[in-house]
Write a protein that binds this ligand. Structure first.
Ligand SMILES: [Zn+2]
Ligand SMILES: [Zn+2]
Length: 129
């Protein structure tokens, strides 16, 4: 599906910025002429808003695409990962609200406290409720 075709032409000051320029505007990286145009043109501003919503959706999908599994998060919590895995997961958790939320669920489900590292069940079921 092309965004270009899905909207009627209603630009108040043609030529409208091209797709790349509008994409840049959605990222807040557009050049000055594009920004000026978008501010003055409701049609192009609407396209930018649409692109922004699309990017937000894509970003959410990508988050989950690159997210670790629940098993891995449990292993992380229990200190079972090797240092490399642990470091990359720590970084992911700092960026990903979904996994950070999931980890806090795990913390509530497994209040190991100081027993951490001593108890290491090989398989843990996370109650999803
Ligand atoms: Zn326009
Ligand atoms: Zn994640």
């Amino acid at each position: 599906m092309s965004i270009e075709e899905s909207l009627p032409t209603g630009c108040v000051a043609p030529p409208a910025p091209n797709g790349n320029a509008l994409m840049a505007a959605a990222d807040d990286e557009a050049d000055e002429p594009t920004l000026t145009h978008v501010r003055a043109c409701p049609h192009c501003a609407a396209r930018v808003a649409e692109l922004r919503a699309l990017q937000a959706r894509l970003r959410r999908c990508l988050y989950r695409l690159y997210c670790p599994t629940s098993d891995l998060l449990v292993d992380y919590y229990q200190g079972l990962l090797d240092p490399y895995q642990r470091a990359s997961l720590t970084q992911h958790l700092s960026l990903c609200p979904h996994c950070a939320a999931e980890l806090s669920l795990i913390e509530r489900a497994f209040p190991f406290g100081e027993a951490l590292g001593h108890i290491a069940p090989s398989r843990v079921i996370i109650p999803l409720s």
